[in-house]
Write a protein that binds this ligand. Structure first.
Ligand SMILES: NC(=O)C1=CN([C@@H]2O[C@H](COP(=O)(O)OP(=O)(O)OC[C@H]3O[C@@H](n4cnc5c(N)ncnc54)[C@H](OP(=O)(O)O)[C@@H]3O)[C@@H](O)[C@H]2O)C=CC1
Ligand SMILES: CC(=O)[C@H](N)C(=O)O
Length: 252
């Protein structure tokens, strides 16, 4: 794949999985996250394993000024981004809507909604000009229906669906494509962040079920990116076999 792929939140989980998959297929990658050490280790791995061309662009996606100047700083040969994977995201806590921390929810909303929108706003005009591009947003099954303790997170992922659908409408007269990938249970660092570093609680989320991995979701992202240009995978809901909805899971 002779394309430039920009992945936010590439230092871990689904984003790192996407980096590995696209690198294995010959794409050139711009990798973003805040943790520079993890990004550098991934760059080294992908250069060694696949001879991939990697450009690191670490910044906090919530920082609009940093995002703007990072993108402006890209060398000319890296500016024509073909695929934007809006993946960076998180949740903190499982509090009820009437009890949780507004400060923590600001972080969740700013990352999952406002930063995704800002990256789209910064990168898509160039795609429109070049008449090629694909925006792949990582939504969630959580965007389909709210669940206990997930009110704000679910709302942000419902917003990702609305932003994806809206962008697809706004780009309907262009060759650009928009995809919303909606994973179910995927074992990554996500639950460790959700439970504020409590690894035992995080591990319990995946007890008794075979969860998906970041690499599994990367396969679906790559699939959406690699179908012929006249095809647009608008949405994909991908979950473990023993999961039926955001809350109905059979554990053995
Ligand atoms: N795991 C799951 O079950 C599911 C996850 N998802 C979604 O998948 C996406 C990836 O999550 P997942 O891989 O599971 O979780 P991880 O915690 O493993 O990865 C999250 C990534 O987002 C990055 N990130 C978080 N905040 C910022 C920020 N402010 N600026 C830049 N990067 C940031 C982190 O990097 P760093 O800390 O270095 O900045 C990390 O690379 C999220 O949008 C999540 O909502 C959707 C459905 C299911
Ligand atoms: C992290 C996710 O989005 C997951 N599907 C969940 O809602 O727990």
């Amino acid at each position: 794949m002779d394309k430039i792929v920009f992945i936010t939140g590439a230092s871990s989980g689904i984003g790192a999985g996407c980096a590995r998959k696209f690198a294995s297929q010959g794409a050139s990658l711009i990798l973003n996250a805040r943790n520079v050490n993890k990004l550098s280790a991934l760059k080294e791995e992908l250069e060694k394993q696949y001879g991939a061309k990697i450009y690191l662009l670490p910044f906090d996606v919530r920082d609009r000024k940093a995002a703007t100047s990072a993108l402006e700083s890209l060398p000319k040969e890296w500016q024509s981004i073909d695929i934007l994977v809006n993946n960076a995201g998180l949740v903190i806590g499982t509090d009820k809507e009437q009890e949780g921390s507004l400060d923590e929810w600001d972080i969740v909303i700013d990352t999952n909604i406002k930063a995704l929108l800002a990256m789209t706003r910064l990168i898509v005009p160039g795609m429109v000009e070049r008449k090629r591009g694909h925006i792949i947003n990582i939504g969630s099954i959580a965007g389909d229906a709210a669940y206990p303790g997930g009110s704000v997170y679910c709302a942000t992922k419902a917003a990702v669906k609305a932003l994806s659908d809206g962008l697809r409408i706004d780009l309907v007269d262009t060759p650009l494509r928009v995809t919303n990938i909606k994973p179910g249970l995927v074992e990554t660092n996500f639950s460790v962040v959700r439970f504020r570093g409590d690894k035992e609680k995080a591990d319990n989320v995946y007890k008794g079920i075979r969860p998906l991995t970041g690499d599994d979701i990367a396969e679906t992202v790559y699939f959406a990116a690699s179908v012929p240009e006249y095809m647009q995978i608008a949405e994909m809901l991908v979950m473990p076999t023993n999961q039926a909805t955001g809350t109905i899971v059979s554990r053995k």
